[in-house]
Ligand binder design. Structure first.
Ligand code: PEP
Length: 249
């Protein structure tokens, strides 16, 4: 059985006040047994979030990392620094990084390697644009992004990933993939994992992301190959995010 993971992605949002709100709410909340929860926050809030959630089972993560361990790379943040602050997860290849910051498959792979070398769990994000979906290229695009990373990793490294399928047209748009659409792509991803190893297909968690909210989460999470959610906008509202966590139980 795969442990469901609900991961919030604050993107470049939030404040120290929101960190405190989450700390208080999650300290009081009773999370469903057997569900893992994580919060991916902007770098400056990492230390504060780790402290605010210290008494809770919620893990903390970052939204990207440098592909280098250290050096003259002004403005960059290394995986080692994230791990030192208490981060467990890091998003890699989020569509906003791919499109706005021109991170191609090679850059994504370098960041996955950097994360693994620091003991972080990379959450590898995959997804097609609307144009690609309409051209019936969804599987080719998503599986191509997946293979660009998996082909280059050792079998034991592959097992340390989390995958997130996030159709680009559903991110931040309020337009969610239907449970059927999402399940079809998740099943294709799992099928492709099977080619690497049965244990990989069986063990890796594949999260769905794209306008998941408190109303649609339960139906998405009920799909057999959807093992959790990567939640953007709704992770900024503590009650909504808690409700999504409850839906995973
Ligand atoms: C995301 O940022 O990964 C995301 C899925 O955003 P939203 O839930 O707002 O669509």
């Amino acid at each position: 059985m795969r442990t469901p993971l609900i991961a919030g992605n604050w993107k470049m949002n939030g404040s120290l006040a929101l960190v405190e709100t989450f700390g208080q709410a999650f300290s009081r909340a009773r999370l469903p047994a057997g569900v893992e929860v994580a919060l991916m926050v902007p770098y400056p809030y990492l230390g504060a979030v780790v402290d605010a959630l210290a008494a809770t089972p919620v893990a903390v993560g970052a939204q990207t990392l440098s592909d280098r361990p250290s050096g003259a790379f002004t403005g960059e943040v290394s995986g080692g620094m994230l791990a030192e602050l208490g981060a467990r997860y890091v998003l890699v290849g989020h569509s906003e990084r791919r499109s706005l910051f021109h991170e191609d498959d090679e850059a994504v792979l370098a960041r996955v390697r950097a994360a693994l070398s620091c003991g972080l769990v990379p959450v590898l994000c995959l997804g097609e644009t609307l144009e690609e979906r309409e051209a019936e290229r969804t599987e080719a695009v998503v599986l191509g992004q997946l293979e660009a990373v998996l082909d280059a990793l050792a079998p034991e490294e592959r097992e340390r990933l989390v995958i997130a399928y996030e159709p680009v047209w559903a991110i931040g748009t309020g337009r969610t993939a239907t449970p059927r659409q999402a399940q079809a792509v998740h099943a294709a991803i799992r099928d492709r994992l099977e080619r690497y190893a049965g244990s990989l297909a069986h063990g890796l968690r594949i999260l769905y992301g794209g306008s998941m909210n408190a109303n649609n989460a339960a139906e998405l999470l009920a799909q057999p190959d959807i093992d959790g959610g990567l939640v953007g906008g709704a992770s900024l509202k503590v009650d909504d995010f808690l409700a999504i966590c409850q839906s995973a139980g």
